[in-house]
Design a protein around this ligand. Structure first.
Ligand code: NAD
Ligand code: UGA
Length: 471
């Protein structure tokens, strides 16, 4: 008989663990969902009475937390207890690029996956279904399985080795930040990889509470793990493709939005993910492509590796190209110039700054001697400070207390600035009152719109010089 799931544990209360478990709890009121994390501060924030203090900003997330928290959704630090009680455990821990040792700079660092598997091995009871939700290299399930069963000989009474068994499934997550809740509630597909039909059915039954059966795709473990890396690589590839064409547009008089529209109307190509910008950011595209490059080289497929590497080269080049354009247009020097940065998150509707193009672009402008004023509607000030300090230190760029100032308002950011640079496509920036802005900027004033969202005609009418990506 297929096991009935009553208690779910999710290890990792991050951008995936938090929202995905909130959706499961909301769609499955009869299942208790406990999300655990080694980061006590993060768990405290998930339990904060004031929903504005949740650790993640995601539209719609606060309502789900309000609905389920304390009823069938719990955020805890007692990992052992949650593992002990769980019938099904989701692994949603971070898998960043390895910084040292074999594969450094390319392979994924699986130390958090391994640590979690060891804990599951030790504290679980009965038959436990372990679900890989983190993005993992192909064949990681094999490693997870071998760690899980490694505790069989343990003398530790608590671990009770005789009465436990495990099934490992791969169930990669395809949500995008900023639209997580909608993506989770209305997924294009749910992918389940595995070889234990009862475990697969148990996981499928959870999703069937809100996902149509034809959207649930079942494959073997390795196809599932590889599909996740491939999907991210394809998405990133489209962005590098359109960004490369944006540069040709700027040199030829073509307009990237026209080209994207014309190309996207071909139903074989489709019109999503064709927005030129400052290069892709976010915690995953870069690390997952690097991992694909590593895997390709590992299997002796050097041509494949160098093909995917190019996607990252174009992305770095696009960011560099934009900072160079800003310097060039501002007469070749930024010293004593004040530049207002509009947006620091890697995309709109999230407070996440991981790999945000804003980090490298700001660092380059600081290196050129600019004084920055930075405004983002959702990113925490401490996070901006931390990102910029780390970026400057790791590139040996000198900075001081005047190098940047964090503002809490668009108009303060524009006041006395020589230029405004739109780096995140927050809706607020699409509706700027350029007449008012033109009164408070220093002239000659410039707008650099790396997202193509501002009304350049009105800005120009108000004597602001405009550069927009791909135009
Ligand atoms: P995250 O860093 O926001 O969250 C991971 C959490 O796991 C952290 O809070 C960390 O403290 C916790 N953790 C690590 N080791 C632990 C342990 N042993 N016990 C308990 N907690 C532990 O990461 P994320 O953005 O949620 O990503 C998680 C995984 O999902 C990654 O593999 C990522 O590639 C993948 N993914 C991310 C997204 C996204 O949009 N962020 C989307 C799809 C897939
Ligand atoms: C991406 C994928 O879209 C998700 O399917 C995947 O689950 C996730 O990575 C992951 O594995 O982490 P995410 O990074 O959250 O999601 O956000 P995206 O919407 O994909 O945007 C990524 C970056 O590309 C952002 O910097 C965004 O501004 C940029 N982008 C996106 C463009 O420059 N142009 C576009 O047309 C689309």
């Amino acid at each position: 008989m297929n096991p009935k799931i009553k208690n779910i544990c999710c290890i990792g209360a991050g951008f995936v663990g938090g929202p995905s478990m909130a959706v499961i709890a909301s769609k499955c009121p009869n299942i208790n969902v406990t999300v655990v994390d080694i980061n006590h501060k993060r768990i405290e924030a998930w339990n904060d009475k004031n929903l504005a203090n949740l650790p993640i900003y995601e539209p719609g997330l606060d309502e789900l937390i309000k609905k389920c928290r304390g009823k069938n959704l719990f955020f805890k630090t007692n990992i052992e207890q949650a593992i002990f009680e769980a019938d099904m455990i989701f692994l949603s821990v971070n898998t960043p690029t390895k910084e040292t040792g074999v594969g450094a700079g390319q392979a994924l660092d699986l130390r958090w996956v391994e640590a979690s598997a060891r804990q599951i091995s030790k504290f679980s009871t009965g038959n436990t279904i372990v679900v890989e939700k983190s993005t993992l290299p192909v064949r990681t399930a094999e490693t997870v399985k071998s760690i899980l069963i490694s505790n069989k000989d343990s003398k530790d009474k608590k671990s009770n080795p005789k009465s436990k068994s495990f099934s490992v499934l791969s169930n990669p997550e395809f949500l995008a930040e900023g639209t997580s809740i909608n993506d989770l509630e209305n997924p294009d597909r749910v992918l389940i990889g595995g070889d234990d039909s009862k475990a697969i059915e148990a996981l499928e039954n959870i999703y069937l509470n809100w996902v149509e059966p034809q959207k649930i795709l079942k494959t073997n473990l390795w196809s599932s793990e590889l599909s996740k890396l491939t999907a991210n690589a394809f998405l990133a590839q489209r962005i590098s493709s359109i960004n490369s064409i944006s540069a040709i547009c700027e040199s030829t008089g073509a307009d990237i939005s026209d080209v994207a529209e014309a190309v996207g109307m071909d139903t074989r190509i489709g019109n999503n993910f064709l927005k030129a910008g400052p290069g892709f950011g976010g915690s995953c595209f870069k690390k997952d492509i690097l991992n694909l490059v590593y895997l390709s080289n590992y299997y002796g497929l050097e041509e494949v590796a160098s093909y995917w590497e190019k996607i990252l080269d174009i992305n770095n080049w696009q960011q560099k190209r934009i900072s160079e354009i800003i310097v060039h247009k501002l007469f070749g020097t930024l010293s004593n110039k004040c530049i207002g940065i509009l947006g620091f998150a890697f995309k709109a509707n999230t407070n996440d700054t991981r790999e945000s193009p804003a980090i490298n672009i700001c660092r380059d402008l600081i290196e050129e001697g600019a004084k920055l004023k930075i405004y983002d509607p959702k990113v925490n000030n401490l996070q901006i400070d931390l990102d910029l300090k780390n970026a400057c230190i790791s590139s040996n760029v000198e900075y001081n207390n005047d190098s940047w100032l964090i503002e809490n308002d668009l108009y303060k950011t524009a006041n006395n600035s020589d230029a405004l640079v739109v780096l995140t496509e927050w809706e607020e920036f699409a509706n700027i009152n350029w007449q008012e802005i033109s009164y408070i900027m220093r002239s000659p004033s410039w707008l650099f719109d790396t997202r193509g969202i501002t009304n350049k005609y009105i800005a120009k009418k108000n004597n602001i010089n405009v550069w927009q990506v791909g135009v």
